[in-house]
Design a protein around this ligand. Structure first.
Ligand SMILES: C[S@@+](CC[C@H](N)C(=O)[O-])C[C@H]1O[C@@H](n2cnc3c(N)ncnc32)[C@H](O)[C@@H]1O
Length: 244
């Protein structure tokens, strides 16, 4: 299990550099493209994620971090359910600029910082909750990503990964394949001017571990009580795991 492999990248360093630059290019129109291409269902997926982690957010003094936070939609959704400031981090500066503007507009208490999810500037066991939405698939090394999530969680903490997945059903899978390979790159390209980003998207989903395999990888990384639920025909899955 390595990580994402954009075309032309020959090392983990090159993969990460490509991913950061690509998100930098789409950042100004990322939200628009996201909501249009998912028919706004992405809001629902994030809402269900918040509902799943709510017991952790309700703990007094809960410390939650959303890694690969992008423009901050999950940070904001988590913040609405949490009394303490929710942290958000990303390694792409233009995405964080958009997230900062959103936090300011909504007068939220959330705190954002620039960081690689594979090397978080946090001590071991610092957090109750680590979430990641549609960012994990882009990591250059999934094993390192899981290890880092596990490292910063304290006993009783929870990790939650919301990510695209491969629909298990043949009919929906075929329809989804057609949409993601043919329609999505075209519309995404028009909306953001970066067709390569929306060619990379279906390819990275195709190469990403299927839901049962990701659950197994989470267990191997030391997370317990790992479970997952599928949304929207299995095109998206939410995995959660705890720290014993
Ligand atoms: C598809 S966007 C998802 C953004 C947001 N979480 C959402 O739900 O819309 C993926 C994000 O992951 C970030 N990312 C990818 N690899 C990263 C890494 N190694 N460290 C930090 N951020 C990373 C990208 O910069 C990008 O903002």
């Amino acid at each position: 299990m390595k990580g994402t492999t954009p075309a032309g990248a020959r090392s983990e360093q090159e993969a990460a550099t490509w991913v950061r630059a690509m998100f930098g290019r789409v950042a100004p129109r990322y939200d628009l493209a996201n909501h249009l291409l998912s028919f706004n269902i992405d809001r629902l997926w994030r809402a269900r994620t918040v509902r799943r982690v709510q017991p952790i957010l309700e703990r007094p003094g809960a410390r939650a971090l959303d890694i690969c936070c992008g423009t901050g939609d999950l940070v904001m959704a988590l913040q609405r359910a949490c009394r303490t400031p929710v942290l958000g981090s990303d390694f792409c500066h233009p995405m964080l600029v958009a997230a900062r503007a959103k936090v300011a507009r909504q007068h939220a208490a959330s705190l954002l910082f620039e960081s690689d999810a594979l090397r978080l500037p946090l001590r071991d066991g610092a957090l109750d909750l680590v979430t990641v939405a549609f960012g994990f698939r882009n990591l250059a090394n999934y094993e390192d990503g899981l290890r880092e999530m596990r490292r910063v969680l304290r006993p009783g903490g929870m990790a939650a990964i919301l990510e695209f997945s491969q629909p298990p059903g043949a009919v929906f899978g075929a329809l989804y394949g057609f949409y993601s390979r043919r329609i999505l790159p075209w519309i995404g390209g028009v909306l953001t001017g970066s067709r390569d980003a929306y060619l990379y998207l279906p390819e990275s989903i195709r190469k990403f571990p299927a839901a049962p395999r990701l659950a197994e990888d989470m267990r191997r990384a030391g997370l317990t009580s790992v479970s997952y639920e599928r949304f929207t025909g299995g095109s998206v899955a939410l995995h959660v795991g705890a720290v014993a």
